[in-house]
Each structure stands twice: as C-alpha cells, then as structure tokens.
Design a protein around this ligand. Structure first.
Ligand code: UDP
Ligand code: MG
Length: 318
C-alpha cells in the first residue's frame, strides 16, 4: 500500500477481543481478497487487558493492509472510534464496524454501491436484534424517545455501523466535542444520507463490553447533547407548579373571605414540601448534566492519546 492511498478504510475498535480476533481477521481478509478496491483496515486497541494488542502487532507487522493504533489506555467505544477515524487514509469512504462481528463487514459491497450512487452516509438499520428481550425493548424505547425530543433527525434503530464519505469523516474529525455520540453527530452533518437494512448478529465470542451503566451513559450523551428538552421540561413543570399554587391561593382566599374558613391540613403541607424538594433536586441534577458537559468541554483536553501505531508493517512511536 506504500505510496498508493487506499480507496476504503474499515475501522474497528477492539477492547479485550482476543477471542473474536482470528474470526474478524478471517472475515476481513476474505472481504479484501474479493473486493476490487484497495482497502485498509484500521484497528484500534482501546487499552485491552488481554493479548489483543499482541495479536494486532503480529498481524500488522506482516500484513501492510492492517494499520493498527494503540491507545494509551481504555477510553471507551466512542472515543476509540474517534481515534480510529482520525487515522484513516482512504480517499473515498470509511466504514465503521464493531470488532465482535455483530456488524457483518460484507455489507461493505452494498454500502459502497450506495456511496457510488452519491450518498455521503450509508447507515445500517437493524431489522432484528438477536439479543435478549430486555435489551431489545430498552433500545427500541430509547431510540423512539430520543427521536421525539431531539432537534436533529436521528434515524431509528441505527448505530455506529455505517459507511461515510471522506468529507463527512473529515468534518467529524474536526468536531471537538468531548462527550461523543457519533451516530448523532453523523446525522447532524447532513448531506445525502440513506439507510440499508441488515440483521444484527450475536457477538462472535466473548461478552459485551457495554455494561448497563455504560449504556445509560451513552443514552445520556444522546439526550443531553442533542436535545434541549430536559431544560424545557423543567421550565414547563415550573410553570405548572406556579399555576397550581395560584389556583390553590385563590381558592383559599375565597374560602376565607366568604365562609371565614381557615385552611387546615398538615399532611398536605408535608406532601407539598417533600414533592417540591424532590422536584428541585431532580432539576438541579438535570442542570448539573449540562454544567458537567460544559466543564469537561472547557478543559479542552485532547480526546485521546495514541501510544504508537503500526503502519506499512512498521512501528511508529507517537
Ligand atoms: N469497545 C471498545 N472500548 C470499550 C468497550 C468496547 O473499543 O471500552 C469495542 C468492543 O471491542 C467492540 C465494540 O466496541 O468492538 C462494541 O462493544 P460491545 O460489543 O461490547 O458492545 P455491544 O455490541 O454489546 O453494544
Ligand atoms: Mg457487540
């Protein structure tokens, strides 16, 4: 590949994926061998604790189609992907897949076809999820909720699995936001976008690296980075509370003036105090989410640190 730039880059982040690694390489090799275009594979080691980096090293030192990036520590999927995208050299298009073979790399042919028809983003839409019902329902509900409150159009049931044109990835690389929700940023960029359906496979081996906690964090990033709804919601609840208290005040005044009836009700007061107190704490929490995001963004730290890379079968220290 020396000298000649690849047409297509395929990016896959890896975190403790030594079990799936041989199968991933097998599938990618088969794809490259049959594809008419020059393809480079960009693998990112996101601070794995198993022997994933060793496997990557062995491969990239002997096969120059593999371009490996080793991060200084574990940064999480979205940042690992960001690091990978920044290292791609493809002239035409960049495909993003998970390293656990849940996203079939063979969809490249269909996606690239769409790219040649003039689409800048071709995202994959899950037809069926082969995961347990809890995760399926949770995902489906979340995507629909986010769509209803978001100020940009994020297609339903699409993840990061996609093919993007060079110019879209160049724009993504220039977006400095710290809490990244790549599928949302990709929609925000615009140009011509389209989806193609596919069936999401089960993990080839190993376990999901996304715990419930991490999934909630990703969902928060989607909500707080692409919607002002939580703030609006607070405002509306505030108006509502004022409105109700005004009515209550008028009723009380009326009772006092007409019937000379002094209001009683210790429980009602107690309830009101606890309710309003809880509401205020909840709203402070929502405000906190935005403040926290501002705090991390303002620090302006680099999003990731690259320890070293292997390109063209040679190790490059960062
Ligand atoms: N991943 C990563 N860093 C992390 C967690 C995950 O690079 O901290 C990678 C992981 O190796 C996989 C992809 O991100 O290639 C998706 O992760 P996973 O399969 O665990 O998520 P799920 O498919 O369950 O949503
Ligand atoms: Mg997975």
């Amino acid at each position: 590949m020396t000298g000649l730039k690849p047409n297509i880059s395929i990016v896959a982040p890896l975190y403790n994926e030594s079990e799936t690694f041989p199968r991933l390489v097998e599938r990618l090799n088969a794809l490259m061998d049959t594809h008419p275009n020059r393809i480079e594979i960009v693998l990112i080691n996101d601070g794995s604790k198993d022997n994933t980096p060793e496997l990557m090293r062995q491969l990239a030192l002997t096969d120059q189609r593999y371009h490996c990036v080793f991060l200084a520590r574990n940064y999480g999927h979205q940042i690992a992907l960001t690091a990978g995208l920044s290292q791609t050299r493809a002239t035409d298009a960049i495909m993003v897949i998970d390293g656990d073979l849940q996203d079939p790399p063979e969809l490249l042919n269909e996606m690239y076809q769409k790219y040649q028809e003039g689409y800048d983003v071709v995202y994959a839409v899950r037809r069926k999820r082969k995961e347990n019902w809890f995760k399926r329902t949770a995902y489906a509900t979340f995507y629909r909720f986010l769509k209803s409150i978001s100020y940009i159009e994020i297609p339903l049931d699409s993840g990061d699995f996609s093919l993007m044109s060079r110019r879209v990835v160049d724009i993504l690389n220039k977006m400095p936001e710290e809490s990244r929700y790549i599928r949302g940023m990709r929609s925000w960029i615009g140009f011509r976008q389209t989806g193609i359906e596919y069936e999401r496979a089960e993990r080839a081996a190993g376990e999901s690296k996304y715990s419930i906690g991490l999934l909630i964090k990703l969902a928060y990033n989607g909500i707080f980075n692409f919607s002002e709804y939580p703030i609006k919601f607070m405002k509306r609840m505030g108006y509502g509370a004022i409105f109700i208290s005004m009515i209550y005040f008028i009723i009380t005044l009326f009772k006092k003036l007409v019937f000379n009836d002094v209001p009683q009700g210790f429980t009602a007061i107690l309830f009101a105090i606890i309710f309003i107190g809880g509401l205020q704490l909840f709203f402070l929490g929502i405000l906190g989410e935005y403040v926290l995001r501002i705090f991390f963004q303002v620090k302006g730290r680099p999003l990731f640190i690259i320890a070293n890379t292997i390109e063209n079968c040679e190790q490059v220290e960062a």
